[in-house]
Design a protein around this ligand. Structure first.
Ligand code: HEC
Length: 159
């Protein structure tokens, strides 16, 4: 008799879904991205990406300006590889703290998290961050202040 119930069935199905990449394009990656987001980002940005006033900016529906830029992939990859220091203004609120880098994650993991942020939290209809963006960000060897410079350039529409 099967006693593990619905939750057990769902848990058992997840590895199979990842293995065969089922569902619409990108959904296996998106599931991985969501799981990694909960592990590495939710402590500050919250599981739903709404952020914490004064501590960590919102990511959900807050990155329209960044995503409108053709350099969005470069920026998001750089924030994850190098971290970011404030001051930044997001959704009309001031933040002046420091985000730690997650450079220890693999290129694919960083791509999955960043595209989860772009797609699931901000409604992007296609992936915005590539492995090439992550590799370029690593090679740049910039620090968190470089991410801030990149953010300013991006939001002011500079090349
Ligand atoms: C220790 C808390 C902390 C963790 C963990 C963290 N962040 Fe951040 N994040 C911040 C802070 C703080 C800022 C704003 C910069 C500042 O104030 O220095 C920020 C900024 C950002 C930005 C830039 C937002 C913008 O308005 O341009 C992105 C994107 C981002 N984080 C994504 C992530 C992702 C994805 C993860 C998980 C891999 C993550 N963060 C983990 C604290 C954190």
């Amino acid at each position: 008799m099967c006693t593990r119930g619905f939750a057990g069935v769902v848990r058992a199905a997840v590895p199979a879904m990842l293995a065969i990449g089922c569902g619409p394009a990108g959904s296996a990656e998106s599931l991985v991205g969501e799981t990694l987001f909960k592990q590495h980002c939710a402590a500050c940005h919250q599981a739903d990406g709404t952020g914490v006033p004064g501590l960590a900016p919102p990511l959900a529906n807050a990155l329209a300006g960044q995503l409108a830029s053709p350099r969005a992939g470069e920026y998001l990859a750089h924030v994850l590889v190098a971290g970011l220091v404030g001051p930044v203004v997001s959704a009309g609120q001031n933040f002046n703290s420091a985000m730690p880098a997650v450079a220890q994650l693999s290129d694919d993991e960083i791509v999955a998290i960043a595209n989860f942020v772009a797609r699931a939290l901000n409604g992007a209809t296609e992936d915005r961050v590539t492995r090439a963006n992550v590799i370029a960000a690593r090679e740049r060897r910039g620090g968190p202040a470089d991410s801030l410079r990149l953010r300013r350039a991006l939001l002011s529409g500079q090349p």
